[in-house]
Design a protein around this ligand. Structure first.
Ligand code: MN
Ligand code: MN
Length: 458
């Protein structure tokens, strides 16, 4: 018996066959990522995969029975996957896994379009916690939807195909950047300067006609009208955002890591989705892809919405079970990323109580800031339960906090589920450069989280 605890590196422990499995799982994950940059994209991808796995549309008025597989897409942005087990839901509750599929990005302002000095721009309002300087001078893609008058919807995705153009936010050249360089990093880029260049070709006036004002903007609007049937005012009824253009890429000569946009929190959504597809379990399983986590989880599609309770109540009603009892006996893994230890920024971590890249699924007993404020603090009994099922199935896992005391902190959706009276704990993946346009994770950890979800579903 080991009296001392030592953290294990998955890659050190894995044999050749396990390594192959880990790398193979990563291929599916990268494909999911490339198709799921926004919550709307993720909902479309999840629906497609759910249908391929035999899931059918869910209805609040249906009576579910053991063996049923259902998907519910709440307002295009929030996904529920439900797999009904044979066990008594009143006595055993449901097993819930939650991850969020929104990621920090640049949303368009409602009146975004303007022209200045021969260029046409779209103004943005950033969504979630970003370091603004990271979003300039990189290729951006535009994703989202526009509503035309009368309810017709146009989907827009430009910048992902290699033949597509991309969009671009400028920064000042270093030669003239002395004043900017002297500012604190958080002030170096003004939020009102996060304007993306979307064109530079003016329409030319026909002979005899007067030259048009804002000729580039006019020409762009003409292009948009030809392609999408839209006019400028339609942008006021749209949800469009700029995300980094390009695909997930392997990192390192050994390809042990993946760099991509939106690991937070698709790196947890994908394993939880795969687990609900792959696991044959007597438990009733629910996997949730939440929206709005990066801005506080409010609204119809965030985890503070009542929709999760409604889903549980529908399951309870199907078996004439008391929904209160079902919730009380339910268990939840709130799957979200945490800050992996980064030796370049060692001072913000406390090395004994942080998670390390490639050391497996990362459990955070609590989150919060300033003396654990605003946290679900999973109780010892539930931690013991989680430890036992992970050990039973040989899951690589580690525990840690997000950073050293009083350096900062962060929350997850765990508390919103726990507030419903459901035992909940944060289990996720350590990430380096979290919230950057390209974040870094280890293939070993995304696979470890899949094994953790499988153990939880079993
Ligand atoms: Mn997150
Ligand atoms: Mn986040």
């Amino acid at each position: 018996m080991d009296l001392k605890y030592t953290r294990k590196n998955v890659y050190k422990e894995a044999d050749g066959k396990q390594l192959e499995t880990i790398y193979e799982f990563a291929e599916g994950y990268k494909e999911f990522l490339d198709n799921s940059k926004t919550e709307r994209d993720a909902a479309i991808t999840a629906k497609k995969l759910a249908e391929e796995n035999g899931f059918k549309p869910f209805s609040f008025s249906e009576k579910l029975k053991a063996g049923d597989k259902r998907y519910f897409i709440n307002r295009h942005k929030n996904v529920f996957l439900i797999k009904v087990g044979t066990e008594d839901v009143a006595k055993c509750g449901v097993r819930i896994m939650v991850a969020h599929v929104d990621s920090p990005r640049l949303d368009l302002k409602p009146n975004p379009m303007f022209e200045d000095s021969g260029l046409c721009y779209l103004k943005t309002h950033y969504y979630g916690g970003i370091k603004k300087y990271q979003w300039t001078a990189i290729p951006l893609a535009l994703h989202g939807v526009v509503m035309l008058p009368g309810g017709e919807k146009r989907e827009i995705c430009v910048g992902e195909d290699e033949n597509d153009p991309v969009f671009y936010i400028t920064d000042i050249l270093p030669h003239l950047g002395a004043e900017q360089a002297a500012k604190p990093l958080s002030k170096a880029i003004d939020g009102e300067n996060l304007n993306a260049v979307i064109g530079g070709l003016p329409s030319v006036a026909a002979e005899g006609e007067e030259e048009e004002k804002e000729a580039v903007k006019s020409a762009i609007l003409k292009l948009l009208n030809q392609k999408y049937g839209m006019t400028e005012v339609d942008l006021q009824c749209s949800e469009l955002c700029f995300v980094p253009a390009g695909k997930a890429r392997d990192v390192g000569f050994d390809k042990a890591l993946i760099s991509a946009y939106g690991h937070d929190d698709k790196v947890c959504a994908y394993p939880e989705m795969r687990a609900i597809f792959d696991c044959n379990s007597p438990h009733t399983l629910v996997a949730v892809f939440a929206d709005k986590e990066e801005v506080g989880s409010d609204g119809t599609t965030g985890m503070q919405s009542k929709v999760i309770s409604d889903v549980i109540e529908t399951i309870a009603a199907s078996f004439k079970a008391n929904p209160i009892e079902v919730r009380y006996n339910s268990k939840c893994i709130s799957a979200d990323v945490t800050a992996g230890y980064d030796p370049a920024y060692a001072s913000v971590f406390e090395k004994r109580n942080t998670t390390f890249i490639s050391c497996g699924a990362a459990i955070s007993k609590y989150t919060g800031a300033r003396g654990k404020s605003g946290t679900n603090d999973a109780d010892a009994e539930f931690m013991g339960f989680i430890r036992d099922i992970f050990e039973r199935d040989g899951v690589y896992w580690q525990v840690g906090e997000l950073g050293a005391i009083d350096v900062g902190g962060g929350g997850t959706v765990a508390k919103f589920i726990a507030n419903l009276g459901i035992d909940t704990v944060d289990v996720g993946v350590p990430v380096l450069s979290m919230h950057a346009p390209y974040e870094l994770i280890s293939k070993a950890d995304v696979y470890a989280l899949y094994q953790a979800c499988m153990a939880f579903c079993k």
